[in-house]
Design a protein around this ligand. Structure first.
Ligand code: HEM
Length: 319
């Protein structure tokens, strides 16, 4: 192939590449030579498939435990995607255009929809007898210890909206993140009823993540999805207001009602004895009082809901 055989498009690309390398003091020729020896990219390397397939480690020989492990991992990957979008929105802040903001909220809602709709993989998709046995090998680990779930909560709203319900009204808008953090709802939910002590599940979680979550709470005190909405809403036209409110409401509803109800259904299926008697949960919480969303009524964006909707919060998805 001669120089003349290279079409204008390729020459233009070479020119652009040359400029790009020059900006960092590198030369095009050496980098092109490197390309001669670089292997082609393969699908399995790109997505690290071999590594991914080594990350499932059931603790027992019951086959259905694999479903439990993998579905938790799938959920955590969706949590990662949700945070990926939230972080971009919060970091862009004033530079975030309405179109991108709306699009990213829709993406998050798409992920949440999948998590809510697929939850029957847990509630219906495992053999009851197997579950009751393999869960004993998992004590005291619990999905309660999902740090990504807590990170999404902290990045979504003001810290006072996440306080234990009994404290929420008194503390609204008062107190630094350091003062409010100990009253966050899930810390109250993981207390042994008989002794009033923290469950070991909570102790483990605090040891590993408390410092990180407190730091995150400080960092996101003014930088969360609710704060973003409050700052921007007044500067927006009616149509845009309506559209973004809709996506925020959908997210609140899916995360705090849809997912929580679907998850409760799974817990009830496996942890309820006949005649309404509850089996102790893996994390030691009094889960029948803790998990139903109508008790804690966690709402990320309360100003977007009517009094009537708040009164009924947690009983059903509002659509
Ligand atoms: C059959 C399946 C499941 C059962 C029976 C179950 C059971 C429970 C129970 C009883 C709790 C209360 C804490 C405790 O005492 O352990 C809990 C909390 C939790 N679980 Fe699950 N779980 C299941 C599946 C999942 C999955 C797939 C996830 C995904 C990550 C998950 C995430 C969570 C989270 C985030 C909490 C804390 C919720 C909150 O603080 O409001 N769980 N689960």
């Amino acid at each position: 192939m001669t120089y003349q055989d290279l079409d204008e498009k390729v020459l233009e690309q070479l020119r652009q590449l040359s400029q790009r390398y020059a900006q960092t003091g590198q030369d095009l020729a050496s980098n092109l030579e490197g390309l001669l020896y670089t292997d082609y990219l393969k699908y399995w390397d790109y997505i690290a498939l071999d590594t991914l397939m080594t990350l499932q480690h059931p603790r027992t020989t019951f086959p259905d435990e694999m479903i439990f492990v993998v579905y938790h991992q799938i959920t955590e990957l969706f949590f990662k995607l949700i945070q990926w979008e939230i972080d971009q929105m919060l970091n862009a802040d004033e530079r975030l255009s309405f179109a991108v903001w709306h699009d990213k909220m829709q993406r998050i809602n798409r992920y949440m929809d999948i998590l809510v709709r697929s939850s029957d993989i847990m509630s219906e998709g495992m053999e009851y007898e197997q579950f009751r046995k393999f869960r004993m090998a998992l004590l005291p680990a619990s999905g309660f210890q999902s740090v990504q779930f807590r990170e999404i909560e902290i990045k979504s709203t003001h810290l006072w909206e996440l306080l234990d319900k009994a404290q929420r009204q008194d503390r609204q808008a008062t107190g630094s993140p350091e003062e409010l953090y100990p009253f966050i709802y899930w810390k109250r939910g993981a207390i042994e009823e008989e002794t009033g002590k923290k469950t070991i599940t909570l102790q483990h979680f605090e040891e590993k993540y408390d410092a990180h979550l407190q730091q995150l709470a400080r960092q996101h005190a003014q930088k969360n999805l609710y704060a973003l909405l409050e700052r921007r809403l007044v500067h927006m036209g009616n149509e845009e207001q309506q559209a973004i409110r809709e996506e925020y409401r959908r997210f609140d509803n899916r995360f705090n009602v849809g997912w929580r109800l679907a998850h409760l259904r799974a817990a009830a299926k496996y942890l309820m004895k006949k005649k309404g008697e509850a089996v102790a949960a893996t994390g030691g919480t009094n889960w029948t009082k803790y998990l139903p969303p109508r008790f804690q009524k966690i709402i990320f964006f309360p100003s977007l809901w009517t009094e009537e909707e708040v009164a009924k919060w947690g009983t059903q998805l509002i659509d």
